[in-house]
Design a protein around this ligand. Structure first.
Ligand code: CAA
Length: 395
């Protein structure tokens, strides 16, 4: 049963989920089913940022899973993070996007590259969920080609003045903390990008209207603009010109999270289809007795399991200190395309009901779609993997 995640091939993976993680998984699953899942349809219809449930998640430590305890986080590893993120995604994709962005990107960046003062100021608030974090890389004219950004951070006395517009920013306007990539040297390509931590309310910072999107409506997305926005020298994260590498390495972490999210959405769609197929009668028997339906369910279960194992593997390697650019890209690519396949098949198994709003199949289908786009499109993941494949061949 796909739902029983304890089943891992320990011979292949060389590990099994520890008992304490399985216990946490059970309690997060119960919490998500009780508190989040019942809100999902309404949040899809009338989107609003789900502050109340996020605050519960913060209290449970779910918004700072990988942040060390000394900064108020849960101090757990990446494997725990993906196992628990999947539970939230299975209840509502939008919650898992907010969780993934605030944990996988800003906290990851501040932890690995922030100054002692930045860590002290931001990590405890982000890990507890008092503040939500956001990541600003894409712009209206460039997403995949991130180095082509136009946002500028001009050096002035005592700090920098930022100008430009960032696009598709998850939690834009709701988050308190923004990790912003901008060019400090427009002639230096990737090495001319720097990273800044900027707080909501800084003069010269503006938010656009929430984008009207296909799915994940409660994960509010806006533009974030800067117009001569002054930030002090202490807003620079890492060293000057290191911003692109910071963004890319944190996306390695973020992409593992998208893998887990896609597995969670797939699992929810699979469970719905499996139950429906058992109950729905046609031609005198339940439709799961037909090979046309049972083969669909078999393919869905197999792909979900494979996507989960790729995601666990990337997390497991990251926890052991390996660079996981390729493994994270593979996990995200395979899991997001699996979620497109699984949600498509689930909708098909439910037939007319799948196409209607009476069942969540159509929402899963819409929510899953963006996993093939954000934090690097499937095409970008293939590009990242192909580069590594060529490197392995010594070319
Ligand atoms: N880790 C560490 N360093 C890395 C790296 C990684 N994963 N990937 C690249 N770098 C380094 C390179 O080593 C290189 O460093 P040097 O200058 O020292 O050689 C530098 O970064 C430039 O790298 P590339 O030459 O590979 O750069 P590129 O222009 O060819 O781009 C790319 C590479 C993989 C296509 C990259 O641009 C990319 O990933 N694009 C997609 C961006 C993306 O995922 N955007 C999503 C935005 S987040 C989001 O969706 C919003 C949200 O709120 C959810």
């Amino acid at each position: 049963m796909v739902n029983e995640i304890a089943i891992l091939d320990t011979k292949q993976m060389n590990f099994a989920l520890p008992e304490d993680l399985l216990m946490m998984q059970r309690s997060v699953r119960e919490f998500a089913k009780r508190e989040i899942e019942p809100l999902a349809a309404e949040l899809d219809k009338r989107p609003q940022f789900p502050w109340q449930t996020l605050s519960m998640m913060g209290e449970m430590g779910l918004l700072g899973i990988m942040t060390p305890e000394r900064y108020g986080g849960a101090g757990l590893d990446t494997l725990s993070y993906v196992v628990l993120l999947e539970e939230i995604a299975a209840a509502d994709a939008a919650h898992s996007t907010i969780m993934g962005v605030t944990s996988g990107l800003p906290q990851d960046i501040l932890l690995n590259h922030g100054s002692a003062a930045q860590k002290e100021r931001y990590l405890p608030k982000l890990a507890s969920g008092e503040w939500i974090g956001s990541f600003c890389l894409s712009e209206p004219h460039c997403g995949s080609d991130a180095v082509a950004m136009k946002a500028r951070a001009l050096k002035v006395d005592g700090g920098y003045k930022l100008s430009g517009t960032k696009a598709w920013i998850t939690s834009g306007g709701e988050a308190q903390v923004y990790l912003v990539m901008a060019k400090t040297d427009p002639t230096a390509g990737a090495r001319g990008v720097s990273c800044f931590v900027i707080e909501k309310g800084t003069p010269g910072m503006y938010f656009g209207k929430p984008e009207e999107k296909l799915g994940q409506h409660a994960a509010i997305t806006t533009t974030v603009s800067f117009d001569d926005c002054f930030v002090g020298d202490d807003a620079l994260v890492g060293s000057l010109g290191q911003g692109f590498v910071i963004a890319m390495s944190s996306l390695d972490s973020g992409r593992i999270g998208i893998g887990a999210q896609a597995v969670g959405i797939s699992r929810a769609a699979f469970e719905l289809a499996r139950l429906y197929a058992a109950e729905r009668q046609a031609f005198g028997k339940s439709i799961r007795e037909f090979q046309g339906v049972s083969f669909k369910l078999a393919d869905m279960a197999t792909r979900i399991e494979a996507a989960r194992l790729l995601t666990y593997r990337a997390a497991w390697l990251k926890d052991r200190g390996y660079r996981v650019t390729q493994e994270a890209a593979m996990a995200k690519l395979f899991a997001s395309e699996t979620s497109a396949f699984v949600t498509h098949q689930a909708l098909q198994i439910l037939g007319g009901y799948g196409y209607s709003k009476d069942y969540p199949a159509e929402r899963y289908f819409r929510d899953a779609r963006v996993t093939e786009i954000y934090e690097g499109t499937s095409e970008i993941q293939r590009m990242v993997i192909a580069r590594q494949v060529y490197r392995d061949l010594g070319n």
